[in-house]
Design a protein around this ligand. Structure first.
Ligand code: CMC
Length: 426
């Protein structure tokens, strides 16, 4: 039997159908609200607004649960690879042996980047942030690898191009920003190994692959692979809803991810930890500063719109910091500072009452530093990981038979009717 929610507006009762998700989450469908009542809803930041139904990722922010296509992220982090997880997100099921081999072959076939694209890289000013370059170059893929419509064949081509080339293009932007030669992908290397090799190989000092680092990179990217309707994914879906091509939608997602409240937080955390060390602030002083409403400073890598408990990704990332540094026999003083910050914050009533816990970005930068990834590439690393999720979400959006162009309303609060005043009379 269908459920309804009764709403009384100006004395009149209206019934709105209830939608219930697989795990019992409930929404009431207000798509007819304006037509029936003349009212719209007002929800800045969309904290109480569901913009779609989705079968890709499930999150329970109270319990700290994250599952891709039903599979807990910790199981994927332990047993899967990034390529297999990408297949899962995009196709809705784990691949069999043949499907996985086929995907690897096709990714290898798509891994080169048109040589003319190098010209663009060469002409960005040296200090350009790699996220700006990546967003622009992903948009440019439409010109170099045209796709004419959204048939299954064209979407598969764009998907493979994106997943494979994003890694080549990201490594290229790093190397060219340093004036180093580009290292091409190798057919005998796995996805993650290839990325590390393209970043760090050198003709006079060949890069020695470390299987533990390759595994850590797989886990890092699996943990970032999707996170349902966050800021950048919403950007991807909104751009897709206007029927823009997949490359354009992903380019918009990259731009949205760049912000420090979103993916840019991984860079901001390391900058914050470094500043704490250099400034000589004590940990309690930093915590007080984060609580002070007259101060813009926030504890970066803490808090989340959905998680009101420890982010399950942060738990895995924290363990990975110790494992990777242990394996490399390295010490990172920033890890000690991060752990002390966490310890003090989690016993402070401000953080307890507001349910502020470490999120994925709090420890991820320590892992990236250990791998040798430079700070300005951190959010690019997030983007490479999030790509399969963006693609799956774009695809779900464009294939939705009830999908419409995203076009929110507003409540206008500006001037009433005002007559134009000619320039000479002002
Ligand atoms: N440090 C200090 N106070 C905080 C923090 C923080 N990191 N995060 C939230 N608060 C406070 C905030 O001031 C507000 O207090 P009050 O209710 O007194 O006004 C309350 O907690 C709720 O915060 P909010 O900003 O209304 O929450 P939100 O859901 O709109 O924002 C957030 C979520 C992630 C943007 C925010 O927690 C934040 O700015 N965190 C730091 C940046 C960060 O780490 N971002 C990465 C998010 S995880 C990766 C990703 O998927 O993007």
């Amino acid at each position: 039997m269908s459920e309804f929610v009764k709403v009384i507006i100006e004395g009149k009762t209206y019934e709105f159908p209830v939608i219930i998700g697989t795990e019992g989450e409930k929404a009431f469908d207000i798509s007819q609200l304006r037509k029936l009542t003349g009212y719209i809803t007002h929800d800045p930041g969309f904290g109480s607004t569901g913009c779609c139904t989705s079968a890709i990722t499930f999150m329970d922010g109270e319990k700290g649960i994250l599952r891709y296509r039903g599979i807990p992220v910790d199981q994927l982090a332990e047993h899967s690879t990034f390529v297999e997880t990408a297949y899962l997100l995009i196709n809705g099921h784990l691949p069999n042996h043949e499907q996985l081999t086929n995907m690897r072959v096709l990714l290898n076939d798509s891994s080169m980047v048109h040589e003319d694209m190098k010209i663009f890289y060469q002409n960005f000013p040296r200090n350009t942030h790699p996220m700006g370059i990546l967003s622009a170059m992903v948009n440019a893929l439409k010109s170099f690898y045209p796709a004419y419509d959204n048939t299954e064949e064209e979407v598969t081509k764009m998907t493979l191009n994106l997943i494979s080339k994003i890694r080549t293009m990201s490594a290229m932007s790093y190397r060219m920003s340093r004036g180093h030669m580009v290292i091409y992908p190798r057919p005998d290397y796995s996805y993650c190994a290839n990325f590390l090799n393209m970043m760090f190989d050198n003709p006079v000092k060949p890069y020695k692959l470390d299987e533990d680092l390759v595994k850590a990179l797989n886990v890092f990217w699996i943990l970032h692979a999707d996170h349902e309707q966050n800021c950048s994914t919403t950007a991807v879906r909104v751009v897709g809803s206007g029927k823009a091509n997949l490359y354009a939608a992903i380019s918009a997602g990259i731009a949205a991810l760049w912000g420090p409240l979103h993916g840019g937080a991984n860079q901001a955390v390391i900058e914050m930890l470094t500043n704490i060390q250099q400034s000589g602030y004590s940990i309690p002083q930093v915590i007080e500063k984060a609580k002070d409403k007259s101060d813009d400073f926030r504890l970066m890598g803490f808090g989340h719109r959905v998680y009101k408990t420890y982010d399950p990704r942060a738990k895995i990332m924290k363990k990975m910091c110790d494992a990777v540094l242990g394996k490399l026999k390295k010490k990172d003083p920033l890890l000690d500072t991060a752990k002390k910050l966490e310890e003090v914050a989690l016993t402070d009533s401000y953080f307890i009452e507001k349910n502020l816990y470490p999120n994925v970005d709090f420890y991820s930068g320590i892992v990236l530093r250990a791998m040798g990834i430079p700070l300005n590439m951190f959010t690019v690393m997030f983007a490479i990981g999030r790509l399969p999720g963006w693609i799956a979400q774009w695809q779900e959006g464009v294939e939705d038979p009830n999908g419409k162009i995203c076009r929110p309303r507003q409540i206008y609060t500006g001037a009433g009717l005002t007559n134009y005043v000619p320039l000479e009379e002002r």
